[in-house]
Design a protein around this ligand. Structure first.
Ligand code: NAG
Ligand code: NAG
Length: 374
């Protein structure tokens, strides 16, 4: 200490200026995520009409000391929250299949896997997929909005399960890993995917019911949901109970419920994390969403939440049932069949890849078309 101070004391003013400049360059590492307006015109049953325009390019500044040290592997545990419905089961089986395929590929920092099953009882996939059973919310509390069970599932799992990894990926059944996923978090900064339709600044009146002014501007709230997020376990342990409380409060407030609709629980996570002063690194390459994103490239997860409807000429007919279609909602009460037909020529690579990945999984999962997912 003394030596360092003495040396600086003797340094010339010019050297000090250089040192100061160098320090401020090193202190911030600018991560820029470019978001193109490829979502304009999007319609989905889960979105309110006011929530469909372009997301500004988010820029995250990250202190240098949280920059990642190369060659240090920081494995994360993959946590998949799900119910025992046939609809969730077939998706979980495909999801777990692709986890196993990419887990040991170069560049992956994927660790163990747990399906956090929040139906309160074991089902017939227990020996196919590593599973931890937790309780659902008490009857009636979710008001039919089943995803409110997610934060409660995390609260219970984090409290009771023995999780080896220091980091957690919160994943969903309709995720397909297409590239080996590294740990995108940096120290206490979790990584998240920015959703264009989560707009805290456009909903300030509502957000302020949960995020008081003394906490700062509503722009502190990241445009994200809880998934996909890679986060330090200790940080999620702090956020999860608040996330649960806020989501339930939001659901019980008619104005909030009406405005946020199906994305309410995403706002619940975004607000809860901001209340704990947690800021996320926004990674547009975390995930792609067919049919809006056309190329897989180096992205990591295909999220097949939107229906893919095309004419036989390969034209998108979104919102109208296509002559060719892939829509997870066509299979609410049964597993989707093996060997789905590939899309017609002209359909984007992302959609073709998705169907091929689904077909590969269903062809190779033993007993796909037997009674076990009924
Ligand atoms: C959540 O709400 C319950 C009941 O109102 C309360 O006891 C608990 O302290 C709250 N927890 C957090 C983290 O807000
Ligand atoms: C899959 O379906 C195609 C027709 O769409 C058929 O030609 C092919 O033989 C089928 N493959 C398997 C393994 O059933």
């Amino acid at each position: 200490m003394m030596t360092a101070r003495k040396n600086i004391g003797r340094a010339s003013p010019v050297l000090l200026v250089f040192l100061a400049l160098g320090f401020s360059f090193a202190t911030y590492n600018l991560i820029t995520i470019v978001i193109r307006n490829r979502f304009s015109g999007l319609e989905d049953d889960s979105l309110s009409s006011g929530s469909r325009s372009m997301l500004r390019d988010p820029i995250t500044r990250m202190p240098d000391h949280v920059k990642k040290q190369e060659n240090v592997r920081l494995p994360f545990h993959v946590a998949l929250t799900a119910t025992d419905s046939p609809y969730n089961k077939w998706q979980c089986r495909i999801m777990y299949y692709w986890y196993k395929k990419v887990k040991d590929m170069p560049g992956s920092e994927m660790g163990g896997f747990t399906r956090v099953l929040h139906s309160g009882r074991a089902d017939d996939l227990m020996d196919e997929i590593p599973t931890y059973v937790v309780d659902p919310l008490p009857a009636g509390l979710d008001r039919g909005y089943v995803v409110l069970n997610r934060p409660w599932a995390f609260v219970q799992w984090l409290e009771k399960a023995n999780i080896k990894e220091e980091y957690i990926l919160m994943a969903e059944p309709d995720h397909v890993f297409v590239n080996p996923l590294p740990n995108l978090a940096r120290g206490g900064y979790p990584a998240a995917f920015p959703f264009f339709y989560i707009k805290p600044d456009k909903n300030e009146n509502i957000i302020r019911k949960y995020y008081p002014e003394e906490k700062g501007p509503v722009t502190n709230i990241d445009p994200i949901g809880n998934s996909p997020v890679i986060i330090k376990k200790s940080v999620l342990e702090k956020i999860a109970p608040t996330w649960m409380n806020i989501s339930i409060k939001m659901k019980n407030d008619p104005e909030t419920d009406k405005t946020f609709g199906w994305v309410l629980e995403m706002y619940g996570y975004a607000v809860a994390s901001a209340l704990h002063g947690v800021q996320h690194i926004l990674r547009k390459d975390f995930m792609l969403q067919p049919p809006w994103d056309h190329d897989v490239g180096k992205k990591f997860i295909i999220h097949y939440t939107y229906g893919c409807d095309y004419s036989l000429k390969g034209e998108l007919t979104y919102g109208k049932i296509g002559e060719w279609r892939f829509d997870k909602r066509s299979f609410l009460d049964r597993p989707l069949p093996r060997n789905l037909s590939l899309p017609p020529p002209g359909v984007p690579e992302s959609v073709v890849t998705l169907v091929k990945k689904v077909n590969e999984a269903t062809a190779n999962i033993p007993g796909w078309d037997t009674a076990r997912t009924g």
